[in-house]
Design a protein around this ligand. Sequence first.
Ligand code: SF4
Length: 832
Amino acid sequence: MVDRINDIWGERTPHARGTTWPARVDQYLEDGINETQVDRWVQSACLLCSNGCGADIAVKDGRMVGIRGRAGDTVNHGRLGPKGLYGSTPWASSPDRLTRPLIRQDGRLVETDWETAMGRIVEVSKGLLEQKGPLSHGFYTSGQLFLEEYYTLAVIGKAGLGTPHMDGNTRLCTATSAAAFKESFGADGQPGSYTDIEHCDAIFLFGHNMPETQTVLWARILDRTRGEDPPRIVCVDPRRTMVALEAERTGGVHLAPRVGTNLALMNGLTRELLANGWIDEAWVQAHTIGLDALRATVEPYTAEEVARICGVEADDVRRAARIFGESNAVLSTVLQGFYQSHQATAASVAVHNLHLLRGQIGRPGSGVLQMNGQPTAQNNRECGADGDLPGFRNWDNPAHVQQLADLWNVDTMTIPHWAPPTHAMQLMSYAETGSIGFLWISATNPAVSMPESARIRKILEGDQCFVIVQDLFLTETAELADVVLPAAGWGEKTGCFTNVNRTVHLSEKAVEPPGEARSDLDIFLAYADAMGFTDNDGAPLIGWRTAEEAFNAWREATRGRPVDYTGLSYDKLRGPSGIPWPVNDEHPDGTDRLYADAVFPTDTDTCETYGHDLLTGGAVTEQEHRALAPAGRAFLKGADYTPPHEEPSEDYPLRYTTGRTVYQFHTRTKTGRARSLHQAAPDAWVELSQVDADRLDIAEGDWVRVESPRGSLEVRARIGQVMQGAVFAPFHYGHWDPDGLAADAEHRLANELTMTVWDPVSKQPYFKTAACRVTKIRDREGPSPAPTTAASAPASVPAGGQAPAPPTGAPTTSQVLGTTPTYALDPSNRRS
Ligand code: SF4
């Protein structure tokens, strides 16, 4: 097999517009194992990004030993990327897996049995309920559990305890995607489809480094741009990513706005469409509401004004707008460059505005993909483990709350709906003061991933809040907990998850989890049993025991809602491909794209929210919404640009931005344990422009200190592709490290520098707008550990980058298992 560390997107299979993307099956098996030795292949989908590639897991002797893509799956047509191939299975056999519960005694985490661990949890939970009530409880989950687990937790939280304090790390990742959908279309739900790639004549990528975050989706785009009648690419990104290079190659445009100025650029593009008459007047009149107000909002944003604010060329703004305005079918994708940046929801809604003005939504090639970062983020949003009500119901609509009360047979007043759900940053503030005294964290690592990480660690290690962590490993967060529960992971349990394209996959259990590890579903069920949650008739509140039963219960919760799963079953999902919702009597085989009829779920009695002012976050009331009478029309909404909260200053003259890179996923819990992925990006770095590096007398590989008013990093410098005045840091690195860097790895957390501020509508924290300064602290010992591929390639490397020196070939399990983690289970861990 080709080395997919070096050849990230694999061989090209070009094809013409309107033709089917050819299949190519990618496969990886551990060294020394060939296909004839595989005992069985078990159906699943990749869990290492939101793309949701259909896959089969190879099992030999009760162990996961490899993976291959499913040729018949509509998501990936058999392909897998480097993370999926090399990162999917090695972690499962890693010697530092958690195999028994841990409980804190005399400041140390010690092994215990399940009865003792759960007994302690229940004792604290019941005590706090009695003393302080349900608002003392908080839950912080993930974008990596299964649908059945989120739904079970949502019912426990909302109908068992009655707490509004629930959120997921999806708040850091895709909250803006959901918020933008709700503001424009009335409810969450991806309008577009990956198949739009096959039909479009232009693709706009807004703050989306797709070549690194969703490698298989980028391969799908490359197979169009290298085929007949290719689409033009427009890239909005402050770094010269592979998207930017493809924009240059296809006659498109690369717009590199100053960090924090996205909305000004979007207002300029919108104004250009209006000024040039590139709008579908009849469609806009029939299917939207808000044109006049939008026109007034964007009027001041001439191309020259945008150039002044954003630092781009006015002609480039006009060229990009012309491509949008003169294309018959535009596909737009959006990700963290917008979601984690200033005025996130307003900028993301502005992408919808462009499509609505052109009447380009709901038909082949004309789609919006507000992407997710994580593989199951969509399910967290659908099921309500993020605080929303399940089934895209409106917490502010009594009829929606009543539907759930009837379904669960509980009192409506038990279900929290008297105020908006608590978002993650607020949840941490409550835990900081002790008003939340019981915080349950599952499958996420906030000690590394949340902004201002020193503050988060202090909250988690303090005595004011009892912290439970359930995870695969003793992560930087788990080591601060009061109780740690060993969880089963992907391939070790059964359940479903839904990708960013609304495609639902069933992931079957392939192997047994190690030791006493249990599925997250079983852990939540054990807590519900021990707490004795019941319905109005005294029957157990949670009426299911298995994942399939939980799925069937969830189906009923979606009946009549936009996110309709009623036509799905485990049996149906055992076919050749995942199936996109809604799936029901009307759409028995699923729905490729939403809004083909141009009817949006904006009716006051249907919508998931009454909406917000995008500038301030002020809520629209039910009466105001009803007065607008949207009746199935989409909203055109705008907002003025305002400068970011923290601008460069004399003390901190550079703009600091963070992000994900191609070989690692999040805080590396899985990918850091795959030898080839780890070696391709083994340590943290920061990227500087050549101009800034020269000015600061910094050379490639020199050690630098990066400081913001909140904290600092000490890492090596890559003289790379960022725009002048900006500094980029990957956010993957905490102090855990398989190569023994732990002792001196305290100063490589990108989030030491980020701010506790968030978008007024989506409440998503801003990871991409802070001010910093950079100083050299010592000379290089060699080049920086940054990859030499993709957007992290050195400025001196030819466009597109070049692969690093070995690793040669694919990783082997023996290599992975030979890596003894230096921060393995150490009971004398960091909390005293
Ligand atoms: S693109 Fe995402 S889902 Fe597909 S193989 Fe890569 S990491 Fe997995």
